[in-house]
Ligand binder design. Structure first.
Ligand code: FAD
Ligand code: SF4
Length: 473
């Protein structure tokens, strides 16, 4: 255990964020870094509970009390080794995980939880800066070949473990650069792309082959890969966005969130000149439809592009500030989340349904919205519109951030005739095997849109299944 009285003496201290007036002028990471001494004191708040609910809440089963203890004692290297035992990419989760572990932290019952996520990123960044993280290519190659299709966190985690086990792994990616939504969805102000490049370079030095700019199912068929490889691992994400098919949807000025975010990420990386960005929020009244994290990323990006105003609307009710009775600890707390982007200047509304887009000359000028109310009958929620509440929110740029419905089926999935589940995600058994021999799948492709930490966990599991399959075949 760290300090037996740590949680009584030390208050939660976060690294904090760069000031709003400074950070909205660039796209660099918002979160700052706490000094090492304070960080070790923060680790001392961990109580090493008999049943560590933080560990139970972490999808990759991070050994949180163990590395907090090592961190408190100043054994940064030991802490990194414990962390690395369960998480391939703590530098990603330490930056952008919503930290369900902190919701489950026992201190969270009546105090502020341990800064688990920040401790995690501090440990891995120290490991990089002190040089303990070095390429570790496998000593022996098995002679088996695996193709991983899709280079998001699920594909990266699967490829990393399979390569380290000694299989020869090729990671295929349709975009110009690898990383999936880490690179082209999540903005730089949450996760710098240098962090992804650093990890990919390490994996390439360990023998991973990365082939970008190749859409499997179009540039090369899935069946060709089946002939060339001993196993296929499909981690193509859940890229089919949810649409809003209401009157006026065809007008100019209405985009999916990902089309907007991807362009800014390309500008940041020098793949696109900012003057050539076809979807900019500059001098526009922006309306983001969808109250989740993707919507919040559109808010922060619009503010950095110097939008005139940014409004975000959500059809669901405003979450409570504290846990509701039917949402007890240690479960994920369904409470109001205010992101750093919201702090930067955004008006938010809940219980609003979009009725139709308004516009002139085929250019969007706003959205007619109507208030809704929700009621629960026998645990089932139903929605009713509130008469007489229609109004128009004016907007020159509308961003649809209502999530994703399932993976893109056209192309690879239909070519391989993979069975889908009721939500049109790829159906797999517990071992991540699809309906087709030799073809496995993981990440958002099988779960639907989720989180980076869940994608990593799924990538780790599929790698173990594929390894077992290859050893037995
Ligand atoms: C804007 C946004 C912000 C988010 N923010 C967060 C956050 O802060 N924290 C968090 O935990 N989660 C966040 N998420 C969710 C998280 O990014 C995803 O759950 C996660 O990336 C899923 O990983 P994946 O590997 O399954 O798929 P993806 O990351 O989607 O990667 C799939 C990859 O497959 C490639 N691909 C698709 N088809 C083919 C093909 N036929 N051939 C070759 N390649 C192909 C795609 O180009 C892509 O690179 C966010 C999502 C979005 C959209
Ligand atoms: S990966 Fe996420 S849930 Fe797990 S310890 Fe890190 S921040 Fe917590």
């Amino acid at each position: 255990m760290a300090d037996i009285n740590g949680f009584l003496k030390i208050k939660r201290k976060e690294a904090g964020n760069r000031p709003v007036h400074e950070r909205i002028c660039d796209h660099s990471e918002v979160e700052q870094i706490l000094n090492s001494e304070d960080r070790m004191l923060q680790a001392s708040r961990c109580m090493d509970c008999g049943i560590p609910f933080c560990h139970w809440s972490c999808p990759v089963d991070n050994l949180i009390p163990e590395w907090n203890d090592l961190l408190y004692r100043g054994d940064w290297r030991g802490a990194y080794l414990r962390l690395n035992a369960t998480n391939n990419f703590p530098e990603f989760t330490g930056r952008i995980c919503p930290a369900p572990c902190e919701h489950g932290c026992v201190l969270n019952i009546n105090q502020e939880p341990v800064t688990i996520r920040e401790n995690e990123v501090a440990i891995v960044e120290r490991a990089f800066s002190e040089g303990y993280i070095k390429p570790q290519p496998p000593k022996v190659r098995t002679g088996k070949k695996v193709a991983v299709i899709g280079s998001g966190p699920a594909g990266m985690a699967a490829a990393d473990l399979l390569n380290k086990t000694g299989h020869s792994v090729t990671l295929f990616e349709k975009d110009e650069k690898a990383g999936g939504l880490l690179r082209y969805g999540i903005p730089d102000f949450k996760l710098s792309k240098a962090t992804i490049d650093r990890r990919l370079n390490l994996m390439i030095k360990e023998g991973l082959v990365v082939k970008t700019g190749i859409t499997v199912g179009k540039d090369i068929s899935g069946k060709e890969l089946l002939d060339q490889f001993d196993a296929l691992c499909i981690t193509i994400g859940a890229g089919h966005p949810r649409d809003l098919p209401i009157e006026g949807r065809e007008m100019a000025g209405i985009y999916y969130a990902m089309d907007f975010l991807k362009l800014q990420n390309k500008v940041n990386s020098g793949q696109l000149n900012s003057n050539d960005n076809p979807v900019s929020a500059e001098n526009k009244r922006v309306l983001v439809i969808g109250g989740g994290d993707t919507g919040s990323d559109c808010v922060g990006t619009s503010i950095r592009q110097k939008a005139l105003s940014v409004t975000q609307i959500e059809i669901l009710p405003k979450p409570p500030e504290t846990r509701a009775e039917n949402n007890p600890w240690p479960y994920w707390g369904k409470i109001l989340k205010t992101s750093t982007s919201h702090e930067e200047g955004c008006e938010r509304f809940w219980n609003l349904s979009s009725v139709r887009f308004t516009g002139n000359n085929n250019e969007v000028s706003g959205v007619e919205v109507e208030e809704v109310s929700w009621k629960s009958t026998d645990g089932k929620y139903s929605m009713e519109t509130v008469p007489g509440t229609k109004r128009i929110i004016e907007a020159d740029l509308v961003l649809l951030a209502m999530g994703f419905v399932h993976p893109v089926i056209e192309g690879l999935l239909s070519e391989l005739e993979l069975e889908l589940d009721g939500r049109r995600n790829v159906k797999t058994g517990d071992n991540h095997l699809t309906s087709r021999h030799k073809v496995f799948a993981a990440g958002d492709t099988i779960s639907g849109a989720s989180l980076v930490v869940n994608a990593i966990a799924s990538g780790r599991k599929v790698a173990k299944s594929i390894d077992r399959f290859l050893k037995n075949s």
